[in-house]
Design a protein around this ligand. Structure first.
Ligand SMILES: NC(=O)C1=CN([C@@H]2O[C@H](COP(=O)(O)OP(=O)(O)OC[C@H]3O[C@@H](n4cnc5c(N)ncnc54)[C@H](OP(=O)(O)O)[C@@H]3O)[C@@H](O)[C@H]2O)C=CC1
Ligand SMILES: CC(=O)N[C@@H](CCC(=O)OP(=O)(O)O)C(=O)O
Length: 350
């Protein structure tokens, strides 16, 4: 059932169509049975054919990028923002006023407190009145709110992997009082397509480094979700790393758990009906490759003997379950479609 549509198919606009998140949205939406790409906005490639800019799409798309002032965004049913942080918040209010629903892949609407947003993103929020309305777009946590939302804040890539890893423990009240620890590694596409010395092949390959240990902007986002799940503030140590691969996040997450609980059963029960979370058999070690190109989080739960800790391994493709795929999953929910529409395909391996 397609609800609340302006036309027969969901007319989609993408702002930031030339970035990694935008490109991945194009790839997914071209195959979506109920969506039609209506306009693709780019400043740098305005006027250019999409398949000239991205030759891998030759024969798949007959459209040109447009400047924002030429794009018919108000005719869209939904507009995805795949732009840097702080861009969407200047354009969203006018689109909402025109009955356009929004899915923002950036962080503009993820944090509820405008002061926290300003602290981590370095500028005052342009429309703080919308922060409490926005639905945090992690379906496994917030499905009903997403269904009814006109504004969805798609989660960050690290938060998706980390929250899904801890969610069953927190919901069941099993994580002890000690700090939760998330030790996460990302492929380089997480940093976007913009030129930066740190992202050169020569800097990344044969190399492995942590960054922003003192505080990454995904920390308040993850903590906000934990507060919502467990209804109490939790200490979290979050250490991101960049590894020499293109796609993928691997989060190794630690929590203190006491008592003889069947954790495998807790995880399997929590995610039993989730189409995009796969709890692996006991003793498994999920690989980023096993989720490459698909909207899936694979999780394995370990309890090393005599450690008093649980180790949860969680892998996603940062561009799919960590960004564009999750955004399409949210679109499906917002428009009353089966949640898996356009998202049923197999991983790419090797
Ligand atoms: N990469 C990832 O794994 C993930 C990214 N995200 C978030 O999604 C968003 C997009 O990320 P990603 O695709 O990697 O980023 P990229 O840097 O690859 O792409 C950004 C896009 O935004 C456009 N853009 C840049 N500046 C502006 C501006 N001031 N106004 C309008 N458009 C602008 C660029 O196109 P042009 O210059 O042609 O206009 C480009 O298409 C970011 O907020 C990111 O944090 C979230 C989860 C995962
Ligand atoms: C490897 C790498 O650099 N990753 C990015 C994460 C990108 C992302 O998801 O950030 P947003 O919250 O802005 O959407 C980073 O750490 O900044």
């Amino acid at each position: 059932m397609l609800s609340r549509l302006k036309m027969d198919r969901i007319h989609v606009g993408i702002v930031g169509g030339t970035g990694y998140g935008g490109m991945e949205l194009v790839r997914l939406l071209l195959e979506h049975p109920a969506a039609k790409l209506h306009c693709l906005v780019s400043r740098s490639e305005a006027g250019q054919r999409v398949d000239d800019v991205f030759p891998h799409l030759r024969g798949r798309i007959d459209k040109r990028f447009q400047a924002v002032e030429d794009a018919d965004l108000t005719a869209c049913d939904v507009v995805f923002f795949a732009t840097p942080n702080g861009v969407a918040m200047h354009q969203v209010p006018a689109l909402l006023a025109n009955n356009v629903r929004i899915i923002d892949l950036a962080a503009d609407f993820r944090l509820r407190d405008p002061d926290v947003w300003a602290q981590w993103y370095g500028e005052p929020h342009a429309c703080p009145e919308l922060l409490s309305e926005a639905a945090y777009g992690l379906p496994e946590l917030n499905r009903e709110a997403i269904r009814n939302a006109r504004l969805v804040a798609n989660p960050g890539c690290y938060p998706t992997a980390v929250i899904l890893a801890f969610l069953p423990l927190l919901q069941a009240g099993l994580a002890g009082p000690g700090s939760l620890i998330a030790d996460a590694k990302s492929g380089a596409s997480g940093a976007g397509r913009g030129a930066a010395v740190d992202n050169l092949l020569t800097e990344l390959s044969e190399n492995f480094r942590a960054y922003r240990v003192a505080g990454h902007r995904h920390l308040p986002e993850i903590r906000q979700a934990f507060d919502g799940i467990a209804n109490c503030s939790r200490e979290l140590v979050f250490v991101p790393h960049v590894v020499p691969m293109i796609r993928g996040i691997h989060a190794t997450c630690y929590a203190e758990v006491s008592g003889e609980v069947d954790l495998q059963a807790v995880y399997e029960t929590t995610y039993r009906d989730e189409p995009f979370v796969d709890v692996l058999a006991p003793g498994s070690h999920p690989e980023t490759r096993s989720v490459r190109g698909v909207n899936l989080c694979r999780i394995a739960v370990h309890r090393p003997p005599e450690s008093g800790r649980v180790v949860v391994l969680s892998v996603i493709d940062n561009l799919v379950k960590g960004a564009a795929g999750q955004a399409v999953q949210n679109m499906n929910l917002m428009f009353g479609l089966p949640e898996t529409s356009g998202l049923n395909f197999s991983p790419i391996a090797p």
